[in-house]
Design a protein around this ligand. Structure first.
Ligand SMILES: Cc1ncc(COP(=O)(O)O)c(C=O)c1O
Length: 386
């Protein structure tokens, strides 16, 4: 038994994920059912024991923690002055949409993609311009011809990229990223690269930071990074943006300050510093566990649910399952599964693109919970009447 096999009762703890009925099993929002790394808990406890929680500056260790982690893990050298603290990736994206585009502008997204991008765009009066990814029944890729057409529309001024991609599980290659960079640059389109899932790749898969793919990519981009997905620290409200280009940086950072999303709470920096300076080993064992969970799901689906296909997943613990042989209305399917079995999944429809044929399963849980979820999934699929 490993530390990740231990089940933790999160009911009645104000957990958003677990605020469900007694018979329900939540496998939806991107939140893991594991305790975070002990080094992070220790750092938070020791800070709590100081007992004084006034306003704070960003400490030097916060900068060096990000710089060292990205240099050693991801081969990207981030200068200290490129970095700005933010209270979350989503608040940063919303603020960037406001600072980098005008009302009614089009913002390009490669769908299916993380649904909150649509909120950041539409709630600020901008328009979502979808460039659907190509899907060959096994994996997704960028449709570059279509992307070129979309980016050449004069009112499209920004692309929001998810690298690696939630929910489709792709880790974009350096070549793909560089090509996206060229097309954006040719059309004066800025890029926000959301890299929150970058530390949750398959054990032997590495990711390329968008800004490190080429000088062009560095010049046109804002990269959002955080310890929050890999170490399950969403409640700490701690993230960073890295912006190599000085002009772009000035514009973005000024707006982040207008929006009041650039100041830390008392535990934001301490948890990030502990994660990136001491959490490497813990993270690598987590990645091995998640990899075994992905295999468990793949085996179960091929043996017990032959009508479903698990899309090849290079990163994230969010599994994207093709249900097109069962339905073209994944919302209806997910409602049926939840009411019949209590299993609470995300329907693919909300991620747009071809999402209505898919469901998303959060597999970041102890194996026993995962097996319970899979048994429920089978009952739900077997009893579904399209
Ligand atoms: C791609 C992506 N970006 C951002 C977030 C949320 O980021 P934050 O909690 O830092 O706002 C999530 C959470 O699931 C996500 O999947």
């Amino acid at each position: 038994m490993t530390k990740f096999d231990k089940t933790i009762n999160r009911r009645n703890t104000d957990s958003l994920k677990w605020n469900v009925s007694e018979n329900e099993l939540p496998m939806w929002v991107a939140d893991m059912d594991f305790a975070t790394a002990p080094c992070i808990v220790n750092a938070i406890v020791s800070k709590a024991k100081r007992g004084v929680f006034g306003y704070e500056d960003i400490p030097d260790e916060w900068y060096t923690a990000y710089q060292n982690w990205w240099k050693t893990r991801h081969g990207w050298e981030i200068s200290r002055d490129w970095l700005c603290f933010v209270t979350g990736v989503v608040p940063a994206i919303t603020s960037c949409v406001k600072s980098l585009t005008a009302v009614n502008d089009g913002v390009c997204v490669l769908t299916p993609v993380y649904d909150i991008f649509f909120h950041s765009i539409e709630n600020t009066g901008r328009r979502v311009v979808e460039c659907p990814l190509s899907y060959n029944g096994k994996r997704y890729s960028v449709d570059f011809d279509r992307l070129e057409k979309v980016l050449s529309q004069s009112d499209v001024t920004l692309l929001i990229l998810c690298n690696p991609a939630n929910p489709v599980g792709r880790v974009w290659s350096k070549e793909e990223l560089a090509r996206i960079g060229v097309l954006c640059s040719q059309n004066s389109v800025a890029v926000i690269s959301d890299e929150i899932h970058c530390d949750l790749t398959e054990p032997k898969v590495s990711y390329t930071p968008f800004a490190s793919a080429s000088q062009i990519c560095a010049d046109i981009s804002v990269t959002a990074i955080s310890a929050s997905k890999a170490f399950n620290l969403a409640g700490m409200q701690s993230a960073a943006v890295a912006i190599p280009n000085e002009l772009l940086r000035k514009r973005v950072v000024q707006h982040l300050n207008y929006d009041e999303v650039a100041e830390p709470n008392s535990f934001a920096c301490v948890s990030t510093v502990a994660a990136f300076s001491q959490g490497g080993e813990w993270l690598d064992s987590l990645r091995r566990y998640l990899s075994a969970n992905r295999k468990t799901v793949r085996r179960f689906i091929s043996e017990q649910l032959p009508k479903l296909t698990l899309v090849k997943q290079q990163a994230t613990y969010l599994l994207w399952v093709d249900c097109s042989a069962v339905t073209n209305d994944s919302e209806k399917l997910c409602e049926h599964i939840r009411s019949k079995t209590g299993l609470y999944l995300n329907c693919g429809t909300k991620y747009r693109g071809n999402g209505r044929y898919f469901i998303r399963i959060n597999a970041a849980c102890p194996r026993s919970t995962l097996l319970d979820g899979l048994a429920r999934l089978k009952r739900g699929i077997d009893s579904f009447d399209r």
